[in-house]
Design a protein around this ligand. Sequence first.
Ligand code: SF4
Length: 336
Amino acid sequence: MSHDPLPPKLIEELRRRSPKLILLRLPEGLRPKCAAIAESIAEATGAEVIASADPCYGACDISPEDAEAVGADLVVQIGHSPMRGRARDDAVIIETMAEEDPGPLIEEALKLLKSERIIGLATTAQHIHQLDRIRGILEASSKEVRIGRPTGWAAHEGQVLGCDYSAAKAVAEEVDAFLFFGGGRFHALGLGISTDKRVLAADPYEGKVVDLMDDSKRLLRARFAAMEAFKGAKRIGVLVGLKGSQKRLRGAWDLRALLKRKGKKAIILSFRDLRAEALLSFSELEAFANTACPRIAIEDQPAIGRPILNVREVMVALGELSWEEYRRDPFSQAMG
Ligand code: SF4
């Protein structure tokens, strides 16, 4: 997928800040263009650039410590939106502008949306600027479109994060189905289980449209099974991430205290970048309670073979939250 070399907004911001050394952080999808992006930044600003090869999961994951470690005076993170209410002096976070015409994929999606009249649109930061075009195509096919306003971390109308589906939930009652435009399945599956609606995922990177109705149901059943298995676990590892807004140390202590009150033994495990294999060696721990990015529990659990629950799932397993309350916001990491 091609992108503009550099968003003009980024150049403007970098010239205003005139950094000397930039730590460049890119998500997976932009890494094939890392060298070209770094060269463009250096040419436009005169700054030196070091590119971070560590994972870069979201706008919650800025890692100012890494900038400090290499002597960089600014972090530039491309491909995410700044989290609402979390402006930073030490980082510039900017969406990319994916260029491809979404038209052909949306036409494909329309073939699968014959009986649905009102469609909710959702996407990630990289494709926010394409929502108007997508809306136009749907409306030209006599569909009504709803795009919700977020109330959580997400910055734009229609934008969802793996831990914030508030934009979609704002319109879920009104729509017959959701169309998610963006890469991968994680966000689209989260959308399905957060709204209980049929979700079609149009993935411009794979160039295909997938109906995730069955996958969402399967995921929900797997989460329920993990919660049931967690109930019988006696020793729990409480996972606390050390990166940016994913760090919820107070929440980890609170969760550990709750686990102990419920008769379980619990130890807090800290990590910067969690790899599933790293948990395998903690073999006396029968289950894990994850306070960091909810994606860890969803994607890493199969490799571990032991339950990894997100915070609200732990609350359900401990009898502190009902299944219905969990369903209202399954991937939020708030305890309530
Ligand atoms: S915590 Fe995870 S899902 Fe939420 S914004 Fe960060 S990377 Fe995305």
